[in-house]
Design a binder for this molecule. Sequence first.
Ligand code: BMA
Length: 331
Amino acid sequence: MELVQNIKTSPVITRYPETILSRHDVPYPSALTFNAGIIRHEGRYIMLFRNDYGSYEEQRLDGTNIGLAFSDDGIKWNVEPEPVLDGKSFGDQFAPGEVLRLYDPRITPMDGRFYVSFAIDTRHGVCGGFAVTDDFHHYEPLSIVVPDNRNMVLFPEKINGNFVRLERPMPVYSRGRDRFDIWMSDSPDCVYWGKSRFVLGVEDVPFANDKIGPGAPPIKTDRGWLVIYHAVDLDPSRGKNGWEPAWKKRYTIGAMLLDLEQPWKIAGMMKEPLMVPEGYWEVEEGMRTNALFPCAALIDESGKLRIYHSAGDAILRLATADLDDVLDLCK
Ligand code: BMA
């Protein structure tokens, strides 16, 4: 295995200095607030976040639910008084008790409704699934895939008449542990999915030697669909991190462009990472340090690209860039 060395955050990125969301902002039990889907809709920001509860100080997790928060500027958030989903059930594809938890939500507004994807741990494997909501309090489950597959993100409009998702299956039997790539499927109704295609392989990403996966729902630009994804590199010499005795992986953030009409075709990609864990909140603190995980990217009211990402699987942070600077790097 070739080690990934000497990578750093792209100079086009500016980190927002404050934490966007932490356990201290949540009015119910909370230890880790991370991996949040965020959209800007009709002048306000809406967030669904993963809330792992237990005790941060005692390094103990008791469960996971999904929280809801609103904001005028995407910086200062008001968290609703109760979580909106507890993840103990999801539709009728699994019998009661077989769904263990929902996590890592991503939001895509489309045709006046809000589609939300989740990773879903079940007694029979890890699945990805979709639900749709009109008010963020009531969710209609639409579909769950066969395991193991997750990191599903929905494009913000239908392409050639169909819903399109990026996804990350985990082909352990044929590819080996963690040789995981980005795929795509489409659907007439967000329930029945097919026409799956390979999109980007871990071998295609110079700063990954382990696995990759979709991060945020794609953003439409005149040069293609901008996809912010996560990329993982392994280094056996890495030792102790956050709560674990040893952790060999590093989660970085990459950017690529997909063709507008044939989105399974790569229209450009950064050969260098967009972001690499650096500084106290990304390297020193957290439950699992050295892990940046983006679940939301959007264009804000000033035209800037915002990437909301977790740090240390513990808190939510924000990075910004000029959209054109990122597109220029996607060669
Ligand atoms: C992935 C998922 C994410 C997590 C990330 C970094 O495999 O489990 O939920 O944020 O690892 O630990």
